[in-house]
Write a protein that binds this ligand. Sequence first.
Ligand code: AMP
Ligand code: GLY
Length: 421
Amino acid sequence: MEKTILIIGSGGREHALAQSFSESSSVDSIICSPGNAGTASVKGCRNFPAPGNAEILNLALKEQVDLVVPGPEQPLAEGLVDELKAAGIPAFGPAAASARLEASKGFARDFMARNGVATADYIRCRDYDTAKFSLERFGFPVVLKADGLAAGKGVLICTDREEAEEALDSVMLRRDFGSAGDELVIEECFIGWETSIIGITDGMSFLPFLPAKDHKRAGNGDTGPNTGGMGVIAPHPLVDGDVIKDIQDNIITPTMAGLQKEKLGYAGFLFIGVMVTPRGAKTLEYNVRMGDPEAQALLPLLDGDLNKYMEAALEGRLADVKPRWRGGASCCVVAASGGYPREYKTGYPIRGITEAEKTGCRVYCAGVKEDCDSGLLSAGGRVLGVTALGETLNDARALAYRGIESISFQNSWYRKDIGFS
Ligand code: AMP
Ligand code: GLY
């Protein structure tokens, strides 16, 4: 039987997903909505715009797709999977009830606390006065989080009372994050190092991909403002057997038991942000999707057929499956527009992608559009992700930097220390 997959999204993660499906012998055709210049260039992949969940449902019905794979969190939180399932269309992702694990930081912390998942001390505040009264409860530094989805920007780490009051005003008075700030979570600040634990779940088991290391800050040496992620290496060099066991026992196992007990299990990606502290591994957050740019580093390392792993999850037989890896390491470096993550300009011609590919790198398009006259133009903050594989992390890193050096567009920049910091 022919198999058509519809991917939702328009970033580098979706380009990487499309590329993986294109290399899969069990997938016949791919649609990406809306997609970008990168997904349009993938063999067997067509782009179609569909601006909302209703339009996506119509597209899925019209094109008779066999599976929908949402990339970003927004459509999941807005109930896309519920609508697709009601229409009899299989989807790889959670219903809105389970997407709250990502869409509400307070809900996620309560879930962790109820189910014995290693979490932070925290308090949920629905009003300004309670929040102000609670600012010193966990000492300093302290972490303030807008409860809802805020495109990764709603986490504020405050070193003293003054900064905490300023952050509180930003979230709850000035409403800088809109309705995401209807509620605030105040929590203890962990000190340690981070790893992205991403895998596939069927609601009962968790099939982990390799542990990855994202680089979230804009500046070299982990300085400057937070971004969506400026580069990723995998596997994470510090995640050894002891750390894996800690994460398995204190985070993954109780999370899976909690999902089952509370009937929140689903077939899809699960991404657990983990901080390894002197007191053990602690959960920072759940995401109910693949990471970006983690996907651009992890998927090229996967040796098996991604669609087959997804099918196993959808059929509830993930416990019998083991992922196969190519061996070696991966490094993805992101090229961004000048000014990102603050104000930036787009529309600049991009040169050198073919040269970068000739070095052996894979170039994933994130904020890129195609113009009939000028070719590829920058169209977002994070523009490209250049991924290289190597026998060692050093090899992968050297090749990724050789590749990204051949790429240019006006005011472009990238971190020089991915995998070093
Ligand atoms: P989140 O969106 O919850 O993952 O938060 C984004 C980033 O903020 C994380 O990757 C961490 O770097 C940081 N962060 C979040 N929660 C905490 C915490 N409790 N302690 C220290 N850092 C945190
Ligand atoms: N790179 C982090 C994320 O996808 O949330």
